[in-house]
Design a protein around this ligand. Sequence first.
Ligand code: ZN
Length: 487
Amino acid sequence: MLQIYNTLSRQKEYFKPLHEGHVGMYVCGPTVYGDAHLGHARPAITFDLLYRYLQHLGYKVRYVRNITDVGHLEHDADEGEDKIAKKARLEQLEPMEVVQYFTNRYHRDMELLNVLPPSIEPHASGHIIEQIAFVQKIMDKGYAYVSNGSVYMDVEKYAKDYPYGKLSGRNLEDIVTETRELDGQQEKKHSFDFALWKKAAPEHIMHWPSPWSEGFPGWHMECSAMGTKYLGEQFDIHGGGMDLMFPHHEAEIAQSCAALGHDSVHYWMHNNMITIAGKKMGKSYNNFITLEQFFEGKHELLEQPFSPMTIRFFILQAHYRSTVDFSNDALVAAEKGLARLTEAYQRLMKLQASATTTVEIGNLRERCQEAMDDDLNSPIVISHLFDSARAINTVFDGKGTISEADLNELRSVWKTYAMDILGLQLDGAQDAGAGMDAYKGAVDMLLNMRLEAKRNKDWGTSDKIRNELTALGFTIKDTKDGFEWSL
Ligand code: ZN
């Protein structure tokens, strides 16, 4: 039976869904004002693993992962300006252009990492009405106050009736000393009060009408409003990175309790953080490596490109609650490990059955399931697969045999655990990237031949190459350095 670690109770608990056979799961998604980096890959892959495993166990899962496209104020203490609005203003774009551009790029990165799309992907900006209604409920219950057109959670009052800080293990005094001076501090009764609705300053470009002011919702409000809209007032799992535990998730709990009189979430799950060469990721360290930079090898800390599958494998090699330290060397090791697994899988598909089995196969399926049931212990699943790879290689090398029944079982377990649950594309699908390189190389080669023909005034050949590529749908442009092409 599946056990998962519940951050709220600080222990592993047997997973029991609120509605038999169904699981409602909410995960905090990206803020779309920049390219996805490793910090986005880890929660996406962690909860993809959970999503895949729950489905494997036979649950019908409604997986909601939001897009934060408004009101992400708390992380932008510098000016208190919404990051998307700021980018739109600086680059003279419509905010939704910024949102769409980075959402598309996020989706592309997730697809490359073989992260399954969620069942619902709601945008905060598309749920302003629900957020206003949620704020109104908190107002009606007396746990919020209006100040200068903004609405704040009355944390002191709330904390008298409910335990505030229970998720992150903080008390109000800790929170007072931690709270930084942020925008709007002078409007609040206490520094730890957080915004449910913010009146928009005149230069703000993203704002909506509300009973209190023309403004925008506080960042925490979207997850409370959208989580309960799509999953109900109580739902099973809420996930996210550990960095979101406070203040974001703590505020979500307070909002739910204040508005509904009870918690919304049954199990809180948090993935640990990623460091790069021992350091926290941060702009000041110049180690904010985007996923695209990993895939292309274009960053000073990288000596080569790494495939999306290598990144996925690397993340899954650590348990989601341990820290992961990225370095070029660690990724090179992961690349080798993944290559060994891929080779074993492809050999497994080619093996011939014999009358008897002489290699040690063990009860691989049970061992993999046991590891997954133990709070998604993916590194142990991977080590079981490596054990199994040794048996596969022994048979492949002719030093052992395997029966038809054992061979079929082994193939089925690898397909289930390596491909379907860990989501590793061991069947050559990850070579699509290499296929792309070959295809680009072939077009470049033809166009170089055309360049050479032109230099030799062989117009017949040069026109033939251009016309035939054009007929296939390529657009070819001559430049002073040679050529550019697109399909
Ligand atoms: Zn959230």
